[in-house]
Design a binder for this molecule. Structure first.
Ligand SMILES: Cc1cc2nc3c(=O)[nH]c(=O)nc-3n(C[C@H](O)[C@H](O)[C@H](O)COP(=O)(O)OP(=O)(O)OC[C@H]3O[C@@H](n4cnc5c(N)ncnc54)[C@H](O)[C@@H]3O)c2cc1C
Ligand SMILES: NC(=O)c1ccc[n+]([C@@H]2O[C@H](COP(=O)([O-])OP(=O)(O)OC[C@H]3O[C@@H](n4cnc5c(N)ncnc54)[C@H](OP(=O)(O)O)[C@@H]3O)[C@@H](O)[C@H]2O)c1
Ligand SMILES: Cc1cc2nc3c(=O)[nH]c(=O)nc-3n(C[C@H](O)[C@H](O)[C@H](O)COP(=O)(O)O)c2cc1C
Length: 575
């Protein structure tokens, strides 16, 4: 007799949700037992493997949507993260669809590292395979969609046949995703003799869908801001704030992020309207407030302005070979700076809006646990404020929350479930958390959760900021947790309290012997915060500690860290 696994009683679902999910698990297992793919009960349906590479969950969400589309068309899709590529048996896979983002400086997202190592190394011929790639990226980065591009090229080099051209998506990916799905489905339908959709096991929402209660970028929930509090002192050189947002019944887990759909700064909108001579156009004012990105000029806008203004220097920068120079020129410049290169009235308002990018939501790591703060999300946000080209500039979302949201202002939010940045399922495992600056946010959530659930594993927090007296966020909370025995070790690095910079990675190395002992005891290692420098330096320090205290060569330390990643004991949430 086989035993069908059930969700544990303490799983964060209502009775109905649990019963329904248990039914779903049983159905999937029954389908698998019949030899079919996980998502279909039709044994003759054509199997398609969907592999996603993701850091913050977008590629995973799109993969699940794609899976539903394919099922509705009678295919039998299986969705897997790239870190589970071995389960996909790619050598024998005949239809592979890849959705992947790019991180770092054109690098794979963390869950794609082992897949890429395999694919770029000694992967066998994939001549039986048909494939297509959807690459997620952001044109603000120099190496746009670089990882999707190399995966696409490598699959072709290994003999796989492209059934539909790669689609590269900017942050506004909904329309290109829909177009790619249509093309891919048509190509697959042409190649396979399809069984009609069979009315068998239907796609049902996964636990992630339940968690986010169907909120999404396109369908946010109108939340309300309850608290907006300075964490830094008023004289500190940086401004970081603690926010509490009432989210009613929305569900999330520690490690998840929240997406906030901001509105632009009315002062900037008015300055643009004034410059263009459009001050009486209320419809345009509304569109500029809510729909358009005013801080990141699009390539089309730059091109249009350069050509109308006959600006030779700017025209020269549009050459793709000069993209680094263009990026440098754009640093600290917004849409108003560009419009100011043209005489007033040179551009119509319709031209302008057609040339602007869409205003994008911003993601924030959740700094609370629902078990400690029911109905709320807490956030730790650094306000972006700087002077450039003779004008004060404000980051759109960080100052929207800090300056422009009143108690009654709706704040559109959605939950972005994390992929892989999660507490260990075995609560006896120790956790080591490295979170300088706003990077401490998810660790406040982790610690609140571990306290609320009575987790037995030990907790070690590394926190760094500029100054102990001006920017020691949540100091009293950490002290209480230390006293209560919920935080077992805490090491701080205040970079500007002495002449020599001291950073979290210096504290890791100083405490290397104990850190290595925790790792040997099965500790999970987490990093959150700055991607560009801190995360790389912390990674190097981790390798150094393992070499030094594990008596390992550089290669063996690398293999040790790789094994931690594969066991999901090394996770990063970096931005
Ligand atoms: C998964 C994830 C989790 C995150 N979690 C957090 C978090 O917990 N807390 C947090 O504070 N942030 C977090 N962020 C970052 C956050 O999403 C936003 O990027 C950040 O708040 C800035 O958004 P903004 O709209 O205020 O600024 P924007 O309007 O987007 O402006 C930022 C841009 O301004 C420009 N800029 C900034 N400073 C200068 C300068 N001195 N000179 C010239 N140009 C400059 C840069 O081009 C920069 O990209 C996270 C990001 C991700 C992806
Ligand atoms: N996209 C955006 O607009 C945006 C907005 C906000 C934040 N961010 C990103 O988020 C990051 C986090 O900002 P934050 O305000 O939370 O804190 P932060 O700038 O990362 O600073 C936190 C602490 O880390 C230190 N630090 C600097 N370089 C480091 C390194 N290589 N290794 C370890 N520690 C280092 C800082 O020291 P010093 O300052 O003394 O060097 C400070 O003490 C920013 O660096 C930025 O990349 C981006
Ligand atoms: C720290 C960081 C680095 C990034 N680096 C790149 C990059 O080099 N090239 C690119 O095209 N996109 C880059 N992106 C954008 C992401 O690929 C894009 O936001 C994508 O939609 C995220 O998808 P995911 O949620 O599935 O990870 C970067 C984003 C972040 C936060």
């Amino acid at each position: 007799m086989s035993i069908v696994p059930q969700l544990p009683d303490n799983a964060p679902f209502s009775h109905d949700q649990r019963a329904w999910l248990n039914g779903w698990i049983a159905g999937v297992l029954a389908a698998q037992a019949r030899g079919g793919e996980a998502a279909s009960s039709n044994p003759s349906a054509t199997p398609v493997t969907i592999l996603f590479g993701t850091q913050t969950g977008s590629a995973e969400g799109l993969s699940k949507k794609l899976s539903k589309e394919l099922q509705a068309k009678g295919f039998a899709p299986t969705v897997l993260g790239m870190d589970q590529y071995a389960k996909a048996d790619l050598t024998n896979c005949e239809r592979l669809l890849i959705i992947t983002s790019t991180y770092g400086d054109g690098d794979p997202p963390d869950n794609a590292l082992s897949f890429w190592q395999w694919l770029s190394g000694e992967a066998p011929s994939l001549s039986k395979m048909q494939f297509s790639v959807l690459a997620l990226g952001d044109t603000n980065y120099e190496r746009f969609c670089a990882f999707g591009k190399v995966v696409d090229a490598r699959l072709e080099a290994l003999g796989a046949k492209r059934i539909s051209d790669r689609m590269d998506c900017d942050v506004d990916y909904d329309a290109p995703f829909a177009e790619w799905v249509e093309r891919v489905c048509n190509s697959l339908a042409g190649a396979a003799s399809l069984q009609p959709a069979d009315g068998g096991l239907k796609t049902r929402d996964t636990s992630d869908d339940l968690k986010s209660r169907s909120t999404s970028k396109a369908n946010p929930y109108a939340a309300r801001l309850a608290t907006n509090q300075l964490l830094t002192t008023p004289t500190a050189s940086k401004e970081t704030r603690h926010f509490e947002i009432n989210i009613n019944g929305l569900q999330y887990e520690p490690g998840d992020a929240i997406g906030i759909v901001p509105e632009n700064d009315l002062a900037l909108v008015n300055a643009i309207l004034d410059h263009g001579g459009w001050s009486s156009d209320d419809e345009l004012r509304h569109a500029l407030m809510h729909k358009h990105d005013l801080t990141n000029p699009s390539k089309d806008l730059i091109q249009a302005i350069a050509s109308r203004a006959k600006h030779d220097d700017l025209t020269a920068l549009i050459d793709p070979a000069r993209s680094a120079d263009l990026r440098q020129w754009l640093y600290g410049r917004d849409v108003l700076d560009l419009l100011q290169l043209l005489p007033k009235g040179e551009l119509s308002s319709a031209d302008l809006t057609a040339l602007l990018k869409k205003l994008q939501p911003r993601l924030y790591s959740i700094a609370s646990s629902l078990k400690a703060t029911p109905g709320q999300v807490h956030l730790t946000i650094a306000q972006v404020r700087y002077q450039a080209h003779g004008r004060a500039r404000n980051g759109v979302c960080s100052t929207f929350l800090a300056d422009r949201v009143q108690r009654e202002t709706p704040v559109p939010v959605f939950i972005q479930p994390s992929h892989g940045f999660k507490l260990p399922t075995d609560d006896t495992k120790p956790v080591i958390m490295v979170g300088p600056g706003t990077g401490v946010a998810p660790f406040r959530s982790f610690l609140q959760e571990r306290k609320a659930t009575g987790a037995r594993g030990k907790n070690w927090l590394f926190f760094g900021e500029q100054s102990r007296t001006q920017s020691y966020f949540y100091k009293d909370e950490w002290a209480t947790m230390m006293t209560d025995g919920h935080l077992h070790r805490m090491d701080t690095a205040f970079s500007r309290d002495q002449e020599r910079k001291i950073y979290v990675q210096h504290r890791m190395v100083e405490n290397g012997e104990e850190l290595y002992r925790w790792l040997e005891d099965g500790a999970h290692f987490y990093v959150c915060g700055d991607a560009s420098r801190m995360a790389k330096d912390v990674d190097a320090a981790l390798h150094q500690v393992i070499e030094q205290h594990g008596g390992k060569s550089a290669d063996d330390a690398k293999a040790y860290v790789q094994a931690m990643k594969e066991a999901r004991r090394y996770a990063r949430d970096v931005y």
